[in-house]
Write a protein that binds this ligand. Structure first.
Ligand code: GDP
Ligand code: MN
Length: 380
C-alpha cells in the first residue's frame, strides 16, 4: 500500500523530520484560504499516487492567494496520467539551495535494507541512477544493529554535505529509518530532501510504501487507503483475500498456493505461453472465493485461455468445481478452459465439471501444454 505525499509527511512530522508548513485543499477556495494563512508564495501539489507529478504538471508555484485559487481550479478535477486529482497540498514555497535524494528500501538480493543517497536529488533521479550510477551511494543496514550513526555520517561525507550540516542530516536519516521500521515499510523516500538558503533541511516530497502483509498492524492507515490509482482487479482481489497480480500474457491462471502458482507460471512460459496473471486462491478456498477469482480473471480482456490448477489438500476439489460451474453459468465466457483437479475429492470435483465440456488434464505438464496450445490458436 502506498501513502500519499501528505500522509507520508504526517509520518515525517511524527518522526521529527521537518516539512514545509501547509495543508490539504479540496477546492480552489480552500487553496486560496490556505495561501492567505501562509503569507507568501505557495506551491500547489496534486495528491495522486504516482511519481513524476512535477513533470506531468501536478506541481505549481504561485505568488498570491488569488493565483493559488486560479491555478487550483485548473488542477483539481483534472487527470494526471489517468488519475483524477481530488486534493492539493498547499505549502509554503521553499528557497532551495540543493536537492538531495534520501531513501530506504529493501534489497531482496542482499536480504537487507539499503539506505540510499545522492547529492543530485530531484525530478531527474531515475535518469541519474541510469546514466551516472556512481552518483548514487548506498549502505546496507544490518537488521540486528539497525542504521548506525557512523553509516549516516559516511553517507553524508560521500554526498559532500557540508560538515556543519552533518548533525541535521544524521538526525533525518536515523528518523527516516525509525519511521520505516515503525510502519513496516518497504520504501521510505524523501526526494527531494532540500537544503534551504537558511541552511535547514526540509523534506519537500515524501513517498512511503507499506508491506501489505503488515497492514493488520496499521488499521489507521488502511482506513485512509486511496485506491483510485490501483487496477480494478487488484482491488476486487483484495476484497476476497486473493493474492492477484496482473501480468501481460493471455493465459489466465487460477491456482491454490503461491508456490504452485509460480510453478504454473514457470511451466507455461517453458511451454512457450504467457501467463496473464499470478493468482493464489489460498488454502481451503470456498466456492464463493473461487467464483470471485474466476470473475477477476475473466474481467481481464487480454485473457484468451484459462488454466485452473488445483492440488487439493485442505482445498477441496469439489468445492472449487462448484465455484467454477457457478461462474460459468453466470458469465458463459467464450474462451477455452483447461482444468486440472487432483487431490482431496478430485472425483467429485471432476464429476461436477464433466458436463461443462471443459478440457481436463491430470499432470501439470499436460495441463500447461494444452493451455499453451489453445492460447496460441487464433481467437474466433
Ligand atoms: P514529484 O515530481 O512528484 O517528485 O514532486 P516533488 O514534490 O518532488 O516536486 C518536484 C520538484 O518541484 C522538486 O524537485 C522541486 O524542484 C520543485 N519544487 C517543489 N516544491 C518546491 C518549493 O517549495 N520551492 C521550489 N523552488 N521548488 C519546489
Ligand atoms: Mn519528488
Amino acid at each position: 500500500m502506498r501513502l500519499h505525499e501528505y500522509q507520508s509527511k504526517e509520518v515525517f512530522t511524527d518522526h521529527h523530520i521537518p516539512i514545509p508548513r501547509g495543508r490539504l485543499a479540496a477546492t480552489p477556495e480552500d487553496a486560496k484560504l490556505i495561501a492567505e494563512e501562509l503569507h507568501g508564495p505557495v506551491v500547489l501539489k496534486a495528491q495522486v499516487l504516482m511519481g513524476g507529478r512535477g513533470k506531468a504538471g501536478g506541481i505549481r508555484l504561485v505568488r498570491s492567494p488569488d493565483e493559488a485559487e486560479e491555478e487550483a481550479a485548473k488542477i483539481l478535477g483534472r487527470q494526471i496520467k489517468g488519475i483524477p486529482v481530488r486534493r492539493l497540498l498547499v505549502e509554503e514555497a521553499i528557497n532551495i539551495q540543493q536537492e538531495i535524494y534520501l531513501g530506504l528500501t529493501i534489497d531482496r538480493q542482499k536480504g537487507q535494507t539499503l539506505l540510499i543517497a545522492s547529492a543530485e536529488g530531484g525530478v531527474d533521479i531515475e535518469e541519474i541512477a541510469r546514466s551516472y550510477p556512481e552518483k548514487i551511494y548506498q549502505v546496507g543496514v544490518n537488521p540486528l544493529l539497525g542504521l548506525c550513526e557512523y553509516q549516516a555520517r559516511n553517507l553524508a561525507t560521500e554526498i559532500e554535505i557540508p560538515r556543519h550540516l552533518w548533525r541535521q542530516f544524521n538526525a533525518i536519516a536515523l528518523n527516516l529509518y525509525r519511521a520505516y521500521l515503525d510502519l513496516d515499510a518497504t520504501l521510505a523516500e524523501i526526494n527531494p530532501l532540500v537544503i534551504t538558503e537558511q541552511e535547514q533541511f526540509v523534506a519537500l516530497d515524501g513517498k512511503i510504501g507499506i508491506d501489505d502483509n503488515a497492514l493488520f498492524r496499521h488499521h489507521n492507515l488502511v482506513d485512509k487507503r486511496d485506491i483510485s490509482g490501483e487496477a480494478l482487479e487488484e482491488i476486487e482481489a483484495r476484497k476476497f483475500g486473493l493474492a492477484y497480480i496482473k501480468l501481460s500474457g493471455n493465459i489466465g491462471c487460477l491456482v491454490n498456493g503461491a508456490g504452485l502458482a509460480m510453478a504454473t507460471m514457470d511451466i507455461i512460459q517453458h511451454k512457450g505461453g504467457k501467463p496473464a496473471n499470478f493468482l493464489d486462491i489460498g488454502g481451503g478456498a470456498s466456492a464463493e472465493k473461487v467464483a470471485a477469482a474466476l470473475r477477476i480473471i475473466l474481467s481481464d480482456t487480454q485473457v484468451e485461455t484459462v488454466l485452473i490448477n488445483i492440488f487439493g489438500g485442505i482445498t477441496r476439489c469439489d468445492e472449487v468445481a462448484h465455484g467454477i460451474r457457478q461462474t460459468l453459468q453466470e458469465i458463459d465466457p467464450k474462451i477455452p478452459f483447461v482444468i486440472r483437479l487432483v487431490g482431496t475429492n478430485e472425483n467429485e470435483g471432476r464429476q461436477i465439471i464433466e458436463n461443462a465440456e471443459l478440457e481436463t488434464a491430470i499432470t501439470l505438464a499436460d495441463a500447461a501444454e494444452k493451455a499453451v496450445a489453445l492460447s496460441l490458436e487464433p481467437v474466433p
